[in-house]
Ligand binder design. Structure first.
Ligand SMILES: [Ca+2]
Ligand SMILES: [Ca+2]
Length: 312
C-alpha cells in the first residue's frame, strides 16, 4: 500500500490545532479514536470501532491506508483500501485494520434476508411493512433486504467505542429469540461525535442513553406513528438524553434545578455546534428534533442522518 500522506497531514494539523487551542471534534473524545482515517459509506471516521451491515455475498468498499484481515469473507486490496465480500452465512464478521501497530475494528453484520411485503414478520419477530416506494425516491428509504439477527452475545457487542448494539433494539417483544435490528454507520458516527462534545461540555457520561433507536414499522404503528419515512425504521435515528445520575431520565444539563425542555435544548445546541463545524465528509446532514417531557418520558433529542437538514 502507498504510504500515508493524508494521515501525516491530519496528525500535524491536530497538533497545530491543539497548540492553537482549537481541538477538532475528533480529538475531544481521546480514547476510542485512531490517528488514521477510514472512509466508509461516503463518510470519514477515526473511530477505533465502527460497524456496518452487508447482505450475504455483498461487497463493502473500505477506503483506508492500513493492512486488513477478516474473520470471514474475502478481502481484495485496491489502490486506496480494500473491498471485502461478505460470506453467505449471516452473523458478525470482524475486520481488523492495522497501521504501524495501531489497530481498529470494523464490525460487519451480515444480514438475515427478508423480503418486504412477502410476510409481516421474520421468524416470529414482527416487522410490518415498509413503503414499496422509497420516500422522495431516496435510496436511504428503500425497504431493507435483511436484518441483523441479535444474539445474546451481539447485544453486548460494541458498535462504536461507547455504544453497544443492544442499546438500539426495538422495544417490541422484549427477549424474543430471534430479535432483529438495523444500524446506520453515519448515525453511529454522529452519536459518538455528540458524546465527545457532551463530555467536553463537562457532562460525565460513558454513553448517550438511547431511549428509542430502531423501530420496526409494526412497532412504530403500534405506538400510533404511521409514517413510512421515519429514520427509526431504518436504524438511522436515535432519541437520546444524558443520564449521568442514572435515574433513567434526562439530567439537569442547564443547572437550574429543573429537568425540562431547556435541557433538551442544551443537548440540541451541542449537536448544532457539531453540524455547523463539521463538513459533509464527517457529518451527514440530518434531523435534530427537540422533545419536551410528557407522562411517559422525560425531555430528549432526536438525532438522525437522513441526508438533508431537518429541524423541529
Ligand atoms: Ca438523569
Ligand atoms: Ca435544567
Amino acid at each position: 500500500m502507498t504510504i500515508p500522506r493524508s494521515g501525516l497531514v491530519a496528525g500535524l494539523l491536530i497538533i497545530l490545532m491543539s497548540l492553537a487551542g482549537i481541538a477538532p471534534a475528533s480529538a475531544e473524545a481521546g480514547a476510542g479514536r485512531v490517528s488514521y482515517p477510514m472512509e466508509l459509506d461516503g463518510l470519514s471516521s477515526d473511530l477505533a470501532i465502527l460497524s456496518t451491515m452487508a447482505m450475504p455475498g455483498e461487497a463493502v468498499r473500505i477506503t483506508v491506508d492500513a493492512e486488513a484481515s477478516a474473520e470471514a469473507g474475502t478481502l481484495t486490496e485496491t489502490g486506496d483500501g480494500w473491498i471485502w465480500r461478505a460470506p453467505e452465512v449471516p452473523g458478525l464478521v470482524r475486520l481488523t485494520l492495522d497501521r504501524a501497530g495501531e489497530t481498529r475494528v470494523l464490525n460487519i453484520f451480515v444480514l438475515t434476508a427478508w423480503e418486504n411485503g412477502e410476510s409481516d414478520s421474520l421468524n416470529g419477530y414482527r416487522i410490518g411493512a415498509y413503503s414499496p416506494t422509497p420516500f422522495r425516491g431516496l435510496a436511504a428509504y428503500a425497504a431493507p433486504a435483511g436484518f441483523i439477527h441479535v444474539t445474546d452475545e451481539l447485544r453486548e457487542t460494541r458498535v462504536t467505542p461507547h455504544f453497544k448494539l443492544g442499546q438500539f433494539l426495538c422495544k417490541q417483544q422484549p427477549g424474543h429469540d430471534p430479535t432483529y435490528v438495523l444500524i446506520s454507520p453515519a448515525t453511529l458516527m454522529k452519536l459518538e461525535d455528540l458524546l465527545a462534545r457532551v463530555r467536553a461540555a463537562g457532562h460525565e457520561v460513558d454513553t448517550l442513553t438511547v431511549m428509542s433507536g430502531f423501530r420496526t414499522p409494526w412497532y412504530n404503528a403500534s405506538i400510533g406513528n404511521h409514517t413510512t419515512s421515519s429514520r427509526h425504521l431504518f436504524g438511522g435515528a436515535a432519541d437520546v438524553y444524558i443520564d449521568a445520575d442514572g435515574d433513567d431520565r434526562m439530567d439537569d444539563l442547564t443547572g437550574d434545578g429543573r429537568v425540562d425542555i431547556a435541557d433538551a435544548q442544551e443537548l440540541a445546541r451541542l449537536a448544532e455546534g457539531l453540524a455547523a463545524e463539521l463538513d459533509e465528509a464527517e457529518w451527514r446532514p440530518g434531523g435534530i428534533g427537540i422533545y419536551r417531557a410528557n407522562a411517559v418520558h422525560g425531555p430528549f433529542v432526536h438525532i438522525d442522518s437522513r441526508g438533508y437538514r431537518a429541524r423541529w
